[in-house]
Each structure stands twice: as structure tokens, then as C-alpha cells.
Design a protein around this ligand. Structure first.
Ligand code: FEO
Ligand code: CA
Ligand code: CA
Ligand code: CA
Length: 689
């Protein structure tokens, strides 16, 4: 390898905070400066704010009484604390909302400069697995100062985001598989400035992808630890081949010189959030894939997806021609990313899938529920300012216990995009977040068809074009421009769907669309949560909606809304990102970007959805300096919570760290085996202890 003394990495001095999100490093490495550039969605599809007929009650719209609503047949992820028949009522849905065994006193919000994990009194935490931990029998121990691509390929990757832990059937609760995806890399803190650029690229690439690792514990009262060399352990790398399913498989739009079949795609990129299906597979969203490609940048599609001709942040195009779509034979390579990926964590030899039926955009993730009809429904947000919310409805029906069949369900079905209509007068949506006179941000909505019964519902576009250029197709049918949909997650208790709109600092600025009832704040710094109630069945094309909360810090004078719960009695919360539910129906929200909003560390929050305390927000934990809280898992029945801690200390450098999470090796001391004095993204378990 020829040494390159100066790393071609120009973002390192670019520290400081940017207008829309957290640090400039996050913006450059994670999102390819999505918030610094022009808004990708310049379409003029209009928003119809007022509809006089939008006054029907949600109950009437459902055609259900309260008991009827609970009788909607709900699916249940096998991993969920709501263990139940997958296609039937969840146990919790039958019983209604209950009291959680996970009792805690909310922590005060934590200063953004604190380099520690803060948990409630009576709880403790420890890492389950960290960046660099060896996964396979022959994997070397992590050696911070002597990193190689060959070692990293056998170790846990970087910046774990979506995470789930699924008990291995028949293991009596003492064995599980952990899935994590690895969204992106922070080269500035992973590697010394002296490391040759080729080596930086190679190790960084090997730290992307996905990981599956087996966990073990002595009993349910003991924390999990990972098992090096276990049978199910697997790394998914840039060389791993994914089978493209659905109408785009074999299309000319995805063929390249290296894959003339248009069906075999190497690697997955920008994996952000995800979901676990009722049949026990994992979905992961390819989000900011555009940042990995140099492109002509001139076509309408390139512009709409943020593909530009500038050198990419990591410059993998220097090693592999497919990462520059101007290279002969690779014009379609970027069309092979931006999909929902499905993997089977219980079969380390299985071929992972990319499902074209769910459309191509910056998928935050996808979450599946089984409708009363038996069809499966997947919700997915496009995480970009002024982009859209989508829903997929499977062609075929779920079959209890037929895992092979169920693993085909995401390959064919209908695709829709959401249009929200408010019911309050336009003059009452002031852009401050102040609640209109009817007491609620609410209204009705439609799922506008993009693909129905295998046919395109978009004039002038084929099914293949709709699914590859989904943003352009959606622009033509007039959906609602949202404030960056992150996780979209249906509650297995009620069937209601929760949408985390993380922020949108550009709303109402310049020529950008101003506040609407569903995105009611201009220069939306702190985000909000939308609550959707489908009309009768999860496959419906109409719904009602309301905002569960408008986030912020009431103590700092922010205009907020917490479904009527007193604002002086909530934990301040900003930039909601990932969502999860506990076994008794409470919503849990992890945040990403609170330092740029309320100026406090990111964290994990419990939100009560039912009863007199609906809207109460209680902070459970805070993550270390510069970190984002991802992938929450709430095993409340075991009094245990897991989060992925992503990009701790990312505003620092390798030579001048800003975080020592999770090993916290004291200066001058000798690290214990496997530990280093440097920040490492990690999955942690918080438990009573
Ligand atoms: Fe990777 Fe949408 O956050
Ligand atoms: Ca209203
Ligand atoms: Ca996210
Ligand atoms: Ca985010």
C-alpha cells in the first residue's frame, strides 16, 4: 500500500454547529450536508389546509367503539414484549393499557457537555457490544492503534443505529440474537490523522453494513453479554450480495456492467432506523445513500435525491468505480440503494433482500403490522425536509407460522403516500406552535395511490419508474410536505401509528412552504409527533390524525403542546427520532439533535398515551457528549432498557477526543482487556442494579 501522508478529508476543521441539526461533522458524514444545501423537494404540489367536512369524530371515522377499536386484529413482532399470536390480538391489546413494571423517577435533563450516560436512581448500565468487539472465533481483539480492514470485517461495526434483541426460540430466555445496523463512520475520531488515506477508506468501509451477534445470560435477572464465535454471528459488508425483489428486479433501471441481471446488489448503505417483522426478520432503511456517490448531478432524479458531482466525503469512488455513476457501466448504481432491506437473523447463510415494492427514497426505516384483513402493512418515512410519509400494503396475506411464505410478503403490494388536511382555519395556524381554537392540531387524511394492483397510479410513469424514482412520482400526486419523518411505528395496542417529525429549520423561510396544521411551526427546531388513526382497518386509504406533541422546552419559553398535559410537568424534549413501545402500551422516544434545540444532551423518554396522564413525558436516560440516542428496546417486564449510542464525541478528533464512552479508561491507567481510551459507539443495557 502506498502511503498518502495527507488524508483527503476536508471536513475536519469544519466544527461548530449548523442551523438545522447538530454538528457540522454529523451533517457532512451522515447526511451529506442535506440541511446546508437547497431543499430537494421543489415541487409545487399544494396543500389544502381547510376542509369543512373534517369535523367527524375519530370514533365515527373508525366506525368503532372503544372496544371495537381494540378488536382490530393486530400483529405482534415476535421480539416485542407484547408476545402474542402474530396475526391475532396482542395480549396487551386485549387487556388495554396497563401499569409498567419498569418504574423510575425521571432524570433532570443533562447538559450537552456531560460525557456520561445518565440513568435514573436505582439503575446501572453496561455495554452489550462496542465498535471493534471481535465477533468471530478468529477475529482479532480491537486494537485502536493498529486497525485493518481485515480485522474490522470480523468485528462489530461503527455507529450502530437500529437495534433489536430477539430471544432464540427454545433457549428459555437465556440466549438471543442482537441485530444492529451501522449507519455511517466518523473517520475523524476513528483513525489517527497520520493513517494513510487508502487505509482510512478500507477500514471505514468495513465498519459499515449490518451485524448479527448472539447474546447469552445466566438468567433473566442478569445482563446480556455477546458470544464471540457463536453460530448465528454475521457481518454484512459492502461485498455482501442482496437480492432485489419486486417489480424493479431485473429492470433496466438497476442494471450495471457488474450486474447485468439487475437483481444482485452488493452492500447496503446509510442504514438508519428499522423494524422487526411479525415473522422475526429485520427491516433496515437505506437513508442517506446519496452521500456515497459522485454523480452527474444534473438530472431531475439526481437533484431530487441529492446526488451531486462533488467528491464524496469518504471518496470510495477512488477504489471502486461503482461509487461514481459517471463511470461507464455504472450510471444506475445509485438506483440500487435507497431501499428497505430485510435480513433473517436466524439464518447466517440466507441471502438478504432489498424490497423494491416499498419504493426508493431516504428510508428512515419501516415498521410492519398485520391488518385485520391479514394483509401486512409497512409504514416508512422519507427523512428529508419537505418530503413524504409512505405506506405499503401487501398483495398476499400473512399466514401464522408460515415463515417462508411471510418472508415473501414485502415483495408485492400497493404503495401509497400520505396527504394530511387540517380542520382549523388557516389564520389559526400561526407558525408558532400555538394550539388553534378547537384545542387540537388535527384533521383527516388520505393515502394517495402510487402503485395499485401491480399497475402505476401515476400518469406518465411505469411501475418501475414509480418505484425507482418514488420521490418524483409522489410529487405528481400532491402529498403533504413533512418536517422530516423519522421513525413511523404502529402501536400493537391500538393500531394507531406514530410519526416522529424530527425538525425542519427551513419551514416558512424564503420560498419554502410555511406552517400547516400537521407541521404547525415555522423554523421547526424541536420537532413534533403525529398520531394517525386508520379508518377501520390498517389497509384503509383514509385516516384521521392529530398531533400527540409539539416538542421543546417550556421552561425556556418554547411554545409546546403535550396533548393537554401540563407543560411545566414534562421533561423537555427536542428532535424526536426513534420510537418504541413497551409491553403496556407506552411510547418511548429517542432523540437526535436536542443540543441544537433545547441545548441539552440527547436522551430516551417515556410518553404515556392513555388516561389522565396522556402526554406526560419522562426522561429515562441521557447519552454522552455529541452522541445521539438510537434503537431503543424496552423490555419493561424484565426492567431493562437498551439503546444504541451513536457518534459519541464526534466533534472531536482522534488525537483530541471529546468522549471516552463507554470504557471510560482513566488518563494514564492501563486499559482492561478489550478496552480503549477513546469513544466507541456501543449498544448498552440499562437495568436495575
Ligand atoms: Fe439517520 Fe433519519 O436519521
Ligand atoms: Ca384543529
Ligand atoms: Ca434516525
Ligand atoms: Ca435523525
Amino acid at each position: 500500500m502506498s502511503a498518502t501522508p495527507t488524508r483527503k478529508f476536508t471536513l475536519l476543521p469544519m466544527l461548530g454547529h449548523t442551523k438545522g441539526k447538530r454538528s457540522a461533522v454529523t451533517c457532512a458524514l451522515k447526511c451529506d450536508n442535506a440541511c446546508a444545501g437547497d431543499v430537494c423537494n421543489t415541487s409545487s404540489n399544494s396543500y389544502f389546509r381547510d376542509i369543512a367536512s373534517a369535523t367527524m369524530s375519530r370514533r365515527a371515522a373508525l366506525g368503532l367503539g372503544a372496544a371495537g377499536a381494540l378488536a382490530v386484529a393486530l400483529g405482534s413482532a415476535v421480539t416485542s414484549p407484547e408476545t402474542a399470536n402474530a396475526a391475532g390480538l396482542s395480549k396487551a391489546a386485549k387487556e388495554g393499557f396497563g401499569k409498567s413494571k419498569l418504574k423510575f423517577t425521571a432524570i433532570p435533563s443533562v447538559d450537552a457537555a456531560v460525557d456520561a450516560v445518565t440513568v435514573p436512581d436505582g439503575f446501572t448500565w453496561q455495554p452489550v457490544i462496542r465498535w471493534g468487539d471481535p465477533i468471530f472465533k478468529d477475529a482479532p481483539a480491537f486494537d485502536l492503534n493498529n486497525q485493518t480492514a481485515a480485522a474490522q470485517e470480523k468485528q462489530f461495526g461503527y455507529n450502530n443505529d437500529y437495534t433489536d434483541i430477539i430471544e432464540v426460540p427454545g433457549s428459555k430466555g437465556n440466549r438471543a440474537v442482537l441485530f444492529s445496523n451501522h449507519e455511517y463512520t466518523n473517520e475523524n475520531i476513528m483513525f489517527p490523522a497520520s493513517m494513510p488515506a487508502e487505509q482510512v477508506r478500507a477500514v471505514g468501509a468495513a465498519a459499515h453494513g449490518l451485524s448479527v451477534v448472539e447474546l447469552e445470560r445466566k438468567n433473566k435477572n442478569k445482563p446480556w453479554s455477546y458470544v464471540q464465535g457463536a453460530d448465528l454471528n454475521r457481518r454484512y459488508l459492502n461485498s455482501t450480495v442482496y437480492e432485489l425483489t419486486g417489480p424493479v428486479a431485473g429492470s433496466a433501471l438497476v442494471k450495471t456492467v457488474a450486474d447485468p441481471s439487475g437483481r444482485a446488489i452488493k452492500g447496503t448503505l446509510g442504514n438508519c432506523a428499522g423494524g422487526t417483522t411479525p415473522w422475526g426478520t429485520i427491516l433496515s432503511g437505506e437513508e442517506n445513500f446519496n452521500g456515497y456517490f459522485a454523480a452527474p448531478g444534473t438530472s431531475a432524479a439526481d437533484k431530487r435525491y441529492g446526488l451531486t458531482s462533488k467528491a464524496t466525503a469518504r471518496q470510495w469512488e477512488l477504489d471502486d468505480p461503482r461509487f461514481d455513476t459517471r463511470n461507464a457501466g455504472y450510471a444506475n448504481e445509485s438506483n440500487r440503494f435507497g431501499w428497505i432491506v430485510e435480513v433473517d437473523p436466524f439464518d447466517p447463510t440466507s441471502t438478504p433482500k432489498k424490497h423494491s415494492s416499498l419504493g426508493r427514497f431516504k428510508h428512515e426505516g419501516a415498521n410492519v403490522i398485520v391488518a385485520k384483513s391479514g394483509h401486512v402493512v409497512a409504514y416508512s418515512g422519507d427523512d428529508e425536509r419537505f418530503d413524504y410519509l409512505y405506506k405499503f400494503v401487501s398483495k398476499d396475506k400473512y399466514r401464522e407460522g408460515d415463515r417462508k411464505h411471510n418472508m415473501t410478503l414485502l415483495s408485492a403490494g400497493n404503495l401509497y403516500v400520505a396527504k394530511f388536511t387540517g380542520n382549523s382555519p388557516a389564520a389559526e395556524i400561526t407558525g408558532t406552535g400555538a394550539v388553534p381554537s378547537d384545542g387540537s392540531f388535527d384533521g383527516i387524511g388520505e393515502w394517495l395511490p402510487l402503485v395499485v394492483d401491480g399497475k402505476s397510479a401515476v400518469a406518465g410513469m411505469s411501475v418501475e419508474e414509480v418505484l425507482v424514482y418514488t420521490r418524483l412520482a409522489a410529487d405528481k400526486v400532491g402529498p403533504t410536505k413533512m418536517d422530516r419523518c423519522e421513525d413511523v411505528e404502529p402501536s400493537l395496542h391500538t393500531g394507531k401509528v406514530y410519526v416522529a417529525c424530527t425538525n425542519n429549520s427551513n419551514r416558512g423561510t424564503g420560498t419554502n412552504e410555511a406552517a400547516t396544521e400537521v407541521n404547525p411551526r415555522n423554523q421547526n427546531r424541536d420537532g413534533h409527533i403525529v398520531e394517525i388513526t386508520e379508518t377501520g382497518d390498517q389497509t384503509s386509504t383514509t385516516f384521521t390524525w392529530n398531533l400527540l406533541m409539539v416538542c421543546g422546552d417550556p421552561a425556556q419559553g418554547d411554545v409546546t403542546y403535550f396533548s393537554g398535559f401540563p407543560a411545566d410537568k414534562v421533561s423537555p424534549i427536542s428532535c424526536p427520532d426513534n420510537l418504541a413501545f413497551d409491553s403496556v402500551g407506552n411510547l418511548w422516544i429517542s432523540t437526535d439533535g436536542a443540543p441544537s434545540g433545547i441545548g441539552r444532551a440527547d436522551g430516551l423518554f417515556k410518553v404515556t398515551l392513555d388516561g389522565a396522564e396522556r402526554g406526560k413525558v419522562e426522561q429515562f436516560l441521557a447519552v454522552p457528549q455529541d452522541a445521539e440516542t438510537c434503537g431503543p428496546i424496552v423490555h419493561d417486564e424484565e426492567r431493562s432498557v437498551f439503546v444504541s449510542v451513536q457518534h459519541p464525541g464526534e466533534d472531536g478528533t482522534f488525537e483530541a477526543p471529546r468522549s471516552y464512552f463507554p470504557d471510560y479508561v482513566a488518563a494514564g491507567s492501563t486499559p482492561a482487556a478489550g478496552q480503549v481510551r477513546a469513544p466507541r459507539p456501543a449498544v448498552i443495557q440499562v437495568f436495575r442494579g
